[in-house]
Each structure stands twice: as structure tokens, then as C-alpha cells.
Ligand binder design. Structure first.
Ligand SMILES: [Zn+2]
Ligand SMILES: [Zn+2]
Length: 352
């Protein structure tokens, strides 16, 4: 006779006790609350804290906020993970990602320090003293305007990076992980960072945006960047998903199938994806394949040092558009069948 294993949460017959059921209910409610609350904390709360720190010229506070964002993401990924992270992808085993974590912020800092003076010289030469930016407007009007203008520049730099083979080779480093989490959000190859950051800085310099407005836009972008990549099972809702880059919408962008991945190019906001009709609403299934197709993965060596120079060397061109991965995947493989209206992405044929 086998002994029946009983725990305190089960009664004599092995069924859950009322107390255990109540505990389960509370846990479920807690997770549900977290799924709906974290998007506001990451998408609005942290960027807002960053803006307050910039307005008060508290540079140290900005770094503390970055640390807080990371700590919160680590907690959220444990509490409400979207998919379980396998052992070989846990952060202590990922030397390439850790090398990016150590170097990408420094490259970013160097670019925002050295590129604007160069662009400023070009602007002075082109426009002289002419002001193209409404510097007299209050900061709370200038800042959202600046976010939109800078996002427009980023949108096109990012979209072109997906279609130009030379630019794609450095950008695909960011697309190479087969799963998303807070750590891979830092995986940005140096040439990719130079191009995308310069694209952002061009409107600042050319239009003559004031330094404090520039700082506000950059802090919003940086405090938000981790959120769309975090492995968190968020329920951001129609409002946030409609204009903000959330994990639910950004997952489309990391799918292996280019017909779906060539969408949601925005950094902080997806406003320009809506304008240029590349917006996909949430609907990626947990079993959908992320990262690069096998033939492309073979062309990109793993390892930080190799990834420093490999994108500069030519290789087989990327096949874009419908022919990207051969067989058309079943809609339920790509999209979440629980949200029927979202099964088909906005533009399956895009681009022609
Ligand atoms: Zn991309
Ligand atoms: Zn991404």
C-alpha cells in the first residue's frame, strides 16, 4: 500500500483546504494586479521620475532610477514571467549580454557627449543663428514635441536598418536572442548604436533644441528601453498598447518571421508606426519563434569581441518581405488565438 502524501494545504482526502484555496485566490489576484500595474510603473512612472530628476539637474538620481528600473524588472520577471527562462539563458551564464551591459551605456554616453558638437558645427554652417525650434514655449510643451520629432528620426533609422543589408548586419545583433528579457535589452552593437543615436541627435542639433529638452527626451528613452524587452506577462490594456512600446507589442518586432517582425519600429511610442501603417496590436503567442532564422544565426557568431567586427564584413544578403522564411506560418502559431480580432497582423504583406 502506498502512503498518501499529504501537505498542510490538503485535507484527509488530498483535496485543497478552504484556507489553501483562499491563499491561491489571493495569489492569483495579486499577479493579476501586478500584470496591470507594472506597465504603468515601467511605461509612465519611471520615465516621469527621470524627467523630474533632469528638471532638478540631479544626475545621480538618474543613475539611481536606472538601477531601480533594473531591480523592478528582475522582481517582475520572477513574479509574473511571460515564459520560463531556461538555465542557459539565466543572466549569470550570458557573457555576451553581460559584456553589452558593461559597454553599451559607455558607448551611449560617449555618443551624446561627442556627436552633438559636431552636428552643432554643421548646423551653424547651414543655418547660422536662425532658430528653427520654438525655444520660447514652456518646457512641458517643448518636451512632448521633441519626443515626437526624435521618435520620427529614430523610426526611420530603425526601419531602414531592417532593409539595408549593411545596417541590418549590426542591428541584427539586437534581434539575435531567442527570447527577450531585461538583460538582452542592452544588446546593441556599437555601429547600430552610432547610427540610431546619431539619427536621434540630428533633430536636436539641426532644429536647435535646448539642452534641457534634449536631456528630457534622452532620459525618457533610456528609462523606458528595458520595459518592452522584459520577460513580464503584462496586461497593458488598449490605452497603453495603443501608443506606447510595451512588451506585448514589441514582441512582434523580435519574431523570426520577417513579415511580422518588420513592424512596431518605434522606440518609446508607436505613434509613427500608426501613421506609416506598420503598427501591430498585441497578439504574439508564447510558442512563437523569436530571434533570427537558422541560416542567419550561423552568420552571426556569438561572443562580444566577434560581434564588434563581424557586422562590418559582407555576407549573404537578407531576404526581406514575404519570401523571408518560406512557409507561411499558421496564424495560431504567431498570434494569440484567445484574442480573435488580433489574429491577423495589421500588414502581413508589408512591404511589397
Ligand atoms: Zn529592429
Ligand atoms: Zn527590441
Amino acid at each position: 500500500m502506498t502512503a498518501v502524501k499529504r501537505t498542510e494545504s490538503q485535507d484527509t482526502f488530498g483535496t485543497p483546504t478552504a484556507a489553501a484555496k483562499e491563499e491561491d485566490m489571493q495569489d492569483t489576484r495579486g499577479r493579476e494586479f501586478a500584470r496591470r500595474t507594472f506597465p504603468y510603473i515601467f511605461g509612465i512612472g519611471f520615465p516621469a521620475l527621470g524627467v523630474i530628476a533632469v528638471i532638478h539637474k540631479a544626475a545621480v538620481a538618474v543613475y539611481l532610477i536606472y538601477a531601480l528600473v533594473t531591480a523592478t524588472a528582475l522582481l517582475a520577471e520572477r513574479y509574473i514571467p511571460w515564459v520560463p527562462i531556461p538555465a542557459n539563458r539565466r543572466w549569470r551564464n550570458r557573457h555576451t549580454d553581460l559584456a553589452y551591459l558593461a559597454t553599451a551605456p559607455l558607448i551611449m554616453l560617449a555618443l551624446v557627449t561627442w556627436v552633438p558638437p559636431v552636428l552643432q558645427t554643421v548646423r551653424d554652417w547651414l543655418f547660422g543663428d536662425a532658430f528653427l525650434w520654438p525655444v520660447d514655449l514652456p518646457t512641458y510643451v517643448q518636451a512632448p514635441m521633441a519626443v515626437l520629432v526624435v521618435e520620427l528620426a529614430y523610426y526611420w533609422a530603425h526601419r531602414i536598418s531592417h532593409y539595408n543589408n549593411f545596417l541590418w548586419r549590426s542591428h541584427r545583433v539586437h534581434h539575435s536572442p531567442e527570447g527577450l528579457d531585461w538583460l538582452m535589452s542592452w544588446r546593441i552593437q556599437w555601429l547600430n548604436e552610432v547610427i540610431h543615436m546619431t539619427a536621434r541627435l540630428i533633430p536636436f542639433a539641426m532644429l536647435g533644441m535646448p539642452a534641457h529638452v534634449t536631456a528630457i527626451v534622452l532620459v525618457i528613452s533610456n528609462t523606458h528601453a528595458l520595459f518592452p524587452h522584459a520577460n513580464i506577462d503584462t496586461k497593458s490594456g488598449r490605452f497603453l498598447n495603443g501608443f506606447l512600446n510595451t512588451p506585448e507589442v514589441h514582441r512582434w518586432h523580435h519574431l523570426q518571421d520577417l513579415r511580422y517582425a518588420n513592424s512596431n519600429f518605434g522606440d518609446v511610442t508607436l505613434v509613427w508606426d500608426r501613421v506609416f501603417r506598420t503598427y501591430n496590436p498585441p497578439g504574439v503567442n508564447k510558442s512563437a519563434l523569436m530571434g533570427l532564422p537558422a541560416w542567419e544565426r550561423r552568420q552571426l557568431p556569438e561572443g562580444y569581441l566577434k560581434q564588434l567586427y563581424r557586422p562590418l564584413l559582407p555576407d549573404a544578403p537578407r531576404v526581406t518581405g514575404r519570401k523571408s522564411t518560406g512557409e507561411e506560418p499558421a496564424a495560431d502559431v504567431v498570434a494569440d488565438s484567445s484574442s480573435a480580432e488580433l489574429v491577423e497582423p495589421h500588414h502581413p504583406d508589408w512591404p511589397r
